[in-house]
Design a protein around this ligand. Structure first.
Ligand code: SAH
Ligand code: SF4
Length: 389
């Protein structure tokens, strides 16, 4: 394994990059389509089994390239049909992915980074600090692994994963190139063939990256807003100090215009009791988004150890929703799924190989508090994030 580390990893190359690689090798460009089909359509990673490629070329590929995917270290099945897997990545960290089946579709929530540098006050991933950007193979590898686990490479007409949301760990737009390449493999007909409507990138609002997106993709987008004014948003999402709401909405509008279709972005709003769930804030949100076509997704806060935040009461959630609905918005409230598996393995996800002060402090606090179990689990967030996109 180690010996291959410097070789190009065929599993992490978009069709365009595979073509470039074959051109460099003096081979025909159609080889790229053959390879991407073997790996991502048929799930085959043994070069010897790629029978439409000549023996000499196979030997050459074995010498000059490799096929490496991340590893599943744990898998959990929920009573409600959801699955969660812990994936080990090269940096030594573990990330989560979650599959949520529903009538007529199956949504996979995947991670883009191990940890996250943005430190939103309500987010367990943020509290772990940042460890590493996932490689393209580690991002697309999550979809590959889910297909393998769920029987998606068996040539069945229906693939188990019909939708992908980048709502796992990390900020996708801070791992821009890798996420864009992985998304292009998801949407490539010779690979997974997911439509642009069924791949959603969720972002906390990295404005310059949103501005660049249109040159790379036409995937759907979800925006983590969580507050209708800059003062409150900056308190709970430090990134807002750099890219305030007005600039964020401007960038998102620009991206939506570039799509040239009728899609609208999803505005995500995590409701935290006593922090951003006041009725007046719902009215402010309705006013803020007046000229901004969108759907609104309310996410009741998911508590985790070492966070003092609480989930609002069902009445508070219903009130907030009603105000927005009366103002004419389409509003969904995410329901919690896969609770049972989230509780089972939160601790595993705490093993981000992170060296920052923040994460050390947290580990110490946890020890002092005698905390066990659920601390860093993101499963609940991941799982609920998917069901209304
Ligand atoms: N970094 C990206 C994508 C990952 S987070 C982003 O921030 O958009 C996916 C969604 O889960 C985001 O909307 C995020 O704000 C939300 N989220 C994070 N922690 C949460 C928690 N404890 N409870 C509810 N939602 C949470
Ligand atoms: Fe990072 Fe998103 Fe969590 Fe904020 S909510 S810390 S951007 S993963």
């Amino acid at each position: 394994m180690m010996a291959h580390n410097h070789l190009p990893n065929l599993a992490g190359l978009s069709l365009e990059k595979l073509r470039a690689l074959f051109a460099e090798m003096g081979e025909k460009p159609f080889r790229a389509t053959q390879i991407i089909k073997w790996i991502h359509q048929r799930g085959v990673v043994d070069i010897d089994a790629m029978t439409d490629i000549s023996k000499p070329l196979r030997e050459r590929l074995k010498r000059e390239t490799c096929i490496r995917l991340p590893l599943i270290t744990e898998g959990f099945a929920s009573a409600d049909g959801s699955h969660k897997w812990i994936i080990q990545v090269a940096s030594g960290s573990s990330v989560e992915m979650v599959f949520i089946p529903e009538a007529g579709r199956g949504t996979l929530c995947i991670s883009s980074q191990a940890g996250c540098s943005l430190d939103c006050s309500f987010c367990a991933t943020g509290k772990q600090g940042f460890n590493s950007n996932l490689t393209v193979a580690e991002i697309i590898g999550q979809l590959w692994l889910a297909n393998r686990e769920l029987g998606g490479f068996k040539g069945a007409l229906e693939r188990p994963v019909s939708n992908v949301v980048m709502m796992g760990m990390g900020e996708p737009l801070l791992n821009f190139e890798n996420v864009m390449d992985a998304v292009s493999i998801m949407m490539e007909d010779s690979a997974y063939g997911l439509s642009k409507r069924k791949v959603t990138i969720s972002t906390s609002g990295v404005v310059p990256a949103i501005d660049r997106m249109k040159d790379f993709t036409d995937a759907s987008i979800a925006i983590s807003l969580h507050a209708p004014n800059d003062e409150l948003r900056s308190q709970i999402m430090p990134i807002n100090r750099k890219y305030p709401i007005k600039e964020l909405l401007r960038a998102v509008s620009g991206y939506m215009e570039s799509l040239g279709d009728k899609r609208v972005p999803v505005i995500e709003y995590t409701l935290i009791a006593g922090v951003n769930d006041h009725r007046q804030l719902a009215r402010d949100l309705a006013a803020l988004l007046q000229d901004f076509p969108c759907k609104i997704n309310l996410i009741p806060f998911n508590p985790f150890d070492l966070s003092d935040y609480r989930r609002p009461s069902n009445t508070a959630i219903a009130n907030f929703r009603q105000i927005l609905q009366e103002a004419g918005y389409t509003v969904t409230v995410r329901t919690t799924r896969a609770d049972d598996i989230g509780a089972a393995c939160g601790q595993l996800v705490g093993m981000v190989a992170d060296q920052t002060q923040r994460s050390r402090r947290l580990a110490e606090q946890r020890l002092q508090a005698g905390a066990e179990g659920k601390t860093y689990s993101r499963t609940d967030n991941l799982a609920i994030a998917a069901d209304s996109v």
